[in-house]
Design a protein around this ligand. Structure first.
Ligand code: FE2
Length: 251
């Protein structure tokens, strides 16, 4: 049976639901994306939220998130980004369906979610303990899908590339050596890019709020690009199919 994962990323919620960032109300924008998923997507196995869930890291921002996710009945996995508070994020994982964990397995597939948040820095880092855990986890499954918040590969945008995973060579070496790794997915850069290394497709997902212009020297907002979410389908024989769905929230 095919596994269907929905990913959303970089919600940038605030304690104040009226909070605006780069001309967008982040709560309302996330709500529209979530309503779209709820209306359109069927047979979903789980959802992954790949970091920068809160812009301000406050408990109230995570309560707002919890409110948005109430309508779903499938398991939802929350990940940290540079803007998040790990402690406050974990505190909303008290309901049965919200989880904070590194590894889950579903049939032939494993899904590994790295916490790339580096303390007191916007940059990303892969922690040694998680890399060790990853190396053990991959032994027990046939195929692996990886999520992380920060990008592990240069995207050709000077300001964003300063904030990528500092020791991403650790991950790239594993992708090159392990044919089991079929997908690597991240947020953080607020736009979509695609790469391929060995058997793995590498890709990022647009934010649920403001978008960034690709390959720009500084962080420039792309006012023409719409927010979106990603659908990932993992087949029994190890194939990964994925697409981004965007939504014109101004309508
Ligand atoms: Fe980020």
């Amino acid at each position: 049976m095919t596994i269907k994962i929905i990913q959303i990323t970089d919600l940038h919620l605030n304690k104040n639901k009226e909070f605006m960032s780069h001309g967008i109300n982040t709560f309302r924008s996330a709500k529209k994306i979530i309503s779209e998923i709820s209306a359109k997507e069927r047979n979903v196995n789980c959802m992954v939220l790949s970091g920068d869930l809160a812009d301000d890291g406050t408990s109230k921002a995570y309560e707002n998130l919890s409110e948005l996710l109430m309508e779903f009945s499938f398991p939802i996995y929350l990940m940290c980004g540079n803007h998040d508070s790990v402690e406050n994020l974990k505190n909303i994982c008290i309901t049965k369906k919200l989880y904070y964990k590194n590894f889950i397995s579903m049939n032939e597939w494993g899904v590994y979610m790295f916490n790339t948040k580096k303390n007191n820095s916007p940059n990303g880092i892969l922690n040694e303990s998680e890399l060790v855990d990853f190396d053990q986890s991959i032994n027990n499954i046939k195929y692996m899908m990886i999520f992380l918040h920060h990008h592990p590969i240069s995207i050709g945008s000077e300001s964003m590339d300063r904030m990528m995973v500092e020791n991403s060579d650790e991950l790239i070496a594993r992708i090159k050596n392990q044919s089991k790794i079929r997908g690597v997915c991240w947020g953080h850069i607020h736009n979509e890019v695609n790469f391929k290394i060995n058997n793995a497709k590498l890709f990022s997902t647009p934010s649920t709020c403001y978008q960034a212009k690709p390959k720009s020297k500084k962080f420039v907002i792309d006012y023409d690009a719409c927010p979106g979410y990603r659908v990932i389908k993992l087949s029994k024989s190890g194939e990964l199919e994925t697409s981004v769905k965007r939504l014109d929230i101004k309508k």
